[in-house]
Design a protein around this ligand. Structure first.
Ligand code: XMP
Length: 514
């Protein structure tokens, strides 16, 4: 039985981070909406309650029936989770002074308490709350304090409840990982068995049971998630999996053939469809970004659908959906941050059931699984690439000629990144989350080449560091690298006479320009 920690999400921005930390200690966890505690799950070994944008006094504040898990499993409340548990058991929570934001130090710590095993005196923690606990319920006692927050942490050892008003999941809480580990490993008894190997073994077994002898269709994009998903399914059901890879004409230079070769090398049963002409003809004259996206989306579904219908007895549609895709679309406060990009709109009468074996994994875990499956490192380390391809990197109308110019510039940039090896032996390509070139085809500027005046387009280089694409920082690429790439692009790519580097972070900008 796979052990798991349940993280109940009360809407905090850092809930995902709690999940990441738990996974970092090789322990499986599920982040679930606060009101969806699972019943009859024998694998649960502990429960963590997240923070929340609400105060316990807010009308719309999220409440939970504690009897579902208190007294059954060890519980750790974080911030709002700590306040709600105290408040609902007869403690007092009141508006706090403005000082309960940012860095603080634990001036008192009960180091005999298992939650604080190996803690240093004065350990730095990160506070972020508008309310504070001013009295604990009976049977509860304080186990840590800062100058401003008396009940920085409390426990009720009989009920196996622990709670902290600071955020152990963020890096500014310097021993936060230690605290979470003390809870997950020492208190809950995690055997720390979650690994890529165990994931592959259990998932292949489950997929065999789930799919039996059914046929499955999967849309490949050339990206890491769909490729890992396909390889996993291939291991489980072999030839009953048919993959479809659509070339919309806006992939990177030679990408279609390179990726097709890689897929065939993996033994996948894959149909490649070159539909670029149809895409380009429908995009003719269209400049507005959303309209371009809609045309590409609609065409994609049509092409995919036509191929999928040829596989007569298919019962399932598999997708490489990963955990952050779902958390972003399912945010419990009701705000859609990013709508899900995968093939969403297949006609309902096809009646395909959805199979998403990677839906609990974070990106780095998907990569670990890919390695475990023996996939080539080049495929595993690929940067994320948007479904609509280079179309979101060409401002204005899309034409085959503009795509060709962008492909050339992009190829120089990406190859140079692969070839630039940093002092620690890692390439620049592997150091960044994502990189690409943007063709500013609606802008022209004057240049001089040899004795001739040019009047051509600029390109912008983009490279960002990120954990999950929700936020991103521009990568500080070395000047010598930028200088070399700029020279090479202007000298070799006809139609480009200027190179800029994008130094915007996300937010307020986005990764793609559109
Ligand atoms: P933005 O531009 O919103 O991009 O900061 C965040 C991440 O999402 C990728 N992206 C897409 N991926 N289909 C995809 O599969 C899309 O339509 C799409 N649009 C953006 C983008 O490359 C970045 O990694």
């Amino acid at each position: 039985m796979q052990q798991k920690i349940i993280i109940l999400d009360f809407g905090s921005q850092t809930t995902q981070l709690i999940g990441r930390r738990v996974r970092e200690m090789d322990t499986f966890c599920e982040i679930l909406p606060y009101n969806k505690f699972p019943h009859n799950d024998d694998g649960i070994i502990g429960v963590i309650l997240s923070g929340s944008p609400y105060s316990v006094y807010d009308q719309e504040a999220f409440r939970v029936d504690f009897s579902q898990f208190v007294d059954k499993y060890p519980v750790l409340g974080i911030c709002y989770g700590a306040q709600l548990m105290a408040y609902c058991s007869g403690g007092k929570v009141e508006p706090a002074g403005s000082r309960e934001y940012g860095r603080a130090h634990l001036k008192y710590i009960d180091t005999n308490n298992p939650l604080f095993k190996d803690f240093e005196r004065n350990s730095q923690v990160w506070m972020s709350h508008g309310d504070t606990i001013t009295a604990l319920p009976e049977g509860y006692h304080c186990i840590a304090s800062t100058d401003d927050v008396h009940y920085a942490a409390y426990t009720n050892s009989e009920k196996r409840i622990w709670a902290v008003q600071f955020h152990p999941e963020v890096q500014h809480s310097l021993q936060g990982f230690q605290l979470l580990k003390n809870f997950v490993v020492d208190i809950c008894g995690s055997r720390q068995e979650w690994s890529a190997a165990s994931f592959v073994e259990t998932t292949v077994k489950e997929l065999k049971e789930q799919l039996g002898n059914d046929r499955v269709i999967l849309g490949l994009s050339g990206g890491v998630d769909s490729s890992v998903c396909a390889t996993l399914l291939n291991r489980a059901i072999g030839k009953n999996l048919t993959c479809i890879f659509v070339d919309h004409g806006m992939l990177r230079k030679n990408e279609f053939s390179k990726v097709m070769d890689a897929y065939k090398g993996l033994g996948l049963n894959v149909i490649g469809v070159d539909a670029s002409e149809k895409f380009f003809s429908d995009l003719k004259g269209v400049e507005e970004p959303e309209q371009k996206r809609k045309i590409i989306g609609k065409n994609f579904i049509e092409v995919f659908d036509a191929e999928a219908r040829k596989i007569k007895d298919a019962k399932w549609l598999a997708q490489g959906t990963i955990y952050p895709d779902r958390i972003e679309s399912l945010n419990i406060t009701g705000k859609v941050i990013k709508s899900h990009h995968n093939v969403g709109g297949l006609p309902e009468e096809m009646n395909l059931q959805l199979c998403e074996p990677l839906k609990w994994l974070f990106k780095d875990e998907v990569r670990r699984v890919g390695r475990q499956l023996g996939m080539p490192e080049k495929l595993i380390k690929r940067h994320p690439f948007p479904g609509p391809g280079l179309s979101v990197r060409i401002l204005g109308e899309i034409t085959p000629e503009k795509v060709r110019i962008l492909q050339e510039a992009d190829d120089i940039y990406i190859e140079s990144m692969n070839n630039y090896i940093c002092e620690d032996g890692e390439s620049l390509y592997d150091k960044v989350w994502q990189a690409g070139v943007i063709l500013l085809s609606s802008v022209r500027s004057v240049g001089v080449m040899g004795d001739e005046r040019t009047y051509e387009n600029p390109v912008a280089l983009r490279a960002v560091t990120s954990m999950d694409a929700m936020t991103a920082d521009w990568a500080h690429l070395p000047y010598d690298f930028l200088a070399k790439v700029s020279n090479e692009i202007i000298n070799k790519v006809k139609g480009v006479n200027r190179v800029c580097y994008d130094i915007s972070s996300k937010p307020p900008s986005t990764i793609e320009w559109e």
